[in-house]
Every structure is written in structure tokens, then in C-alpha cells.
Design a protein around this ligand. Structure first.
Ligand SMILES: Cc1cc2nc3c(=O)[nH]c(=O)nc-3n(C[C@H](O)[C@H](O)[C@H](O)COP(=O)(O)O)c2cc1C
Length: 133
């Protein structure tokens, strides 16, 4: 494995199509890495949390590519889903499906680029996981 593909100290890995998830991650102010169509094949050395918006499976399959790459799944501590509650029962189904398929916990759900309360809650969750709880 090349050194460049092995990321150290990344706490958050995210996918974003229209930039809302990216904005939320920026508000969290924690080390992060984006999954893109061009590069889903990178490896995390540290445990991380995955943030995903909700779209059809074809659009989000790149997230599956990332999770299935090398030991990424073992290092994934859980999933945070974002979406739009107007989609009713389809709210955050991408995150829910990933959790079912890969046996990961759903850690949190929020809409769009998140409120200040969402930011505080997700920071708490990541801190707690960092301390092994
Ligand atoms: C074409 C399209 C389909 C979407 N489908 C859903 C959906 O089924 N459920 C949901 O909760 N949100 C859905 N959303 C909302 C997005 O997941 C939400 O706006 C998210 O914050 C976008 O994140 P991003 O800007 O990082 O891509 C959809 C948005 C678009 C544009």
C-alpha cells in the first residue's frame, strides 16, 4: 500500500453531490476526507464516521466501493445520514440501507447542511467514539 493512500487521523469520511453534506462537515471542523466518483479507493488507518446524503443506489454506489475497499469497513464506527424529511418514509434511506447491508450503527440523522444543534450533537457523538464509548 502506498503512503499517499493511507490516511492518518481522519475522523470523518463523507459523500456529497450538491454540497450540503460538505458544508455540514466543514462546520464540524474535524479532519475529513471526501469520497468522490474519481477516488473511492483510499484507506483509513484510524476509525472514522461515515456521512452520507440520500440518493438512488446508482448515485451512492461509490460509497459501497469505498466501504468494501481493503479494511475500511472494519474501521467504520457508524453512519450519519442526511436527507429531507419531505421524503417521509424514504428519509435517509441510503444511510439506513448501508447500516443494514454492512451491520453498522446509524449514529444520527439530520436535514440538508444541519442546524447548530446537529453540529453540537454530532461533535459529541464523534468525541464519545474517540474515547471508546
Ligand atoms: C434527486 C434527489 C433525490 C433525493 N432523494 C431523497 C430521499 O429519497 N430521501 C431523503 O431523505 N432525501 C432525499 N434527497 C435530499 C438530499 O439527500 C439532501 O438534500 C441532502 O442534504 C443532499 O446532500 P448533498 O448536497 O451533500 O448531496 C434527494 C435530493 C435529490 C436532489
Amino acid at each position: 500500500m502506498s503512503l499517499e493512500s493511507l490516511l492518518l487521523n481522519v475522523k470523518l469520511v463523507y459523500f456529497s453531490i450538491t454540497g450540503q453534506t460538505k458544508r455540514f462537515v466543514q462546520k464540524l471542523g474535524l479532519a475529513n476526507k471526501e469520497i468522490t466518483e474519481a477516488n473511492p479507493f483510499f484507506t483509513l488507518k484510524e476509525p472514522f464516521v461515515l456521512l452520507v446524503p440520500t440518493y438512488d443506489e446508482e448515485t451512492t454506489s461509490v460509497v459501497n466501493d469505498f466501504l468494501e475497499y481493503q479494511n475500511n469497513l472494519q474501521n467504520c464506527r457508524g453512519v450519519i445520514g442526511s436527507g429531507n424529511r419531505n421524503f417521509a418514509e424514504k428519509f435517509i434511506y441510503t444511510a439506513k440501507d448501508l447500516c443494514l447491508d454492512y451491520h453498522l450503527p446509524l449514529l444520527y440523522a439530520y436535514e440538508f447542511n444541519g442546524t447548530q444543534e446537529d453540529v453540537s450533537k454530532v461533535k459529541e457523538i464523534v468525541e464519545r467514539l474517540d474515547h471508546g464509548n
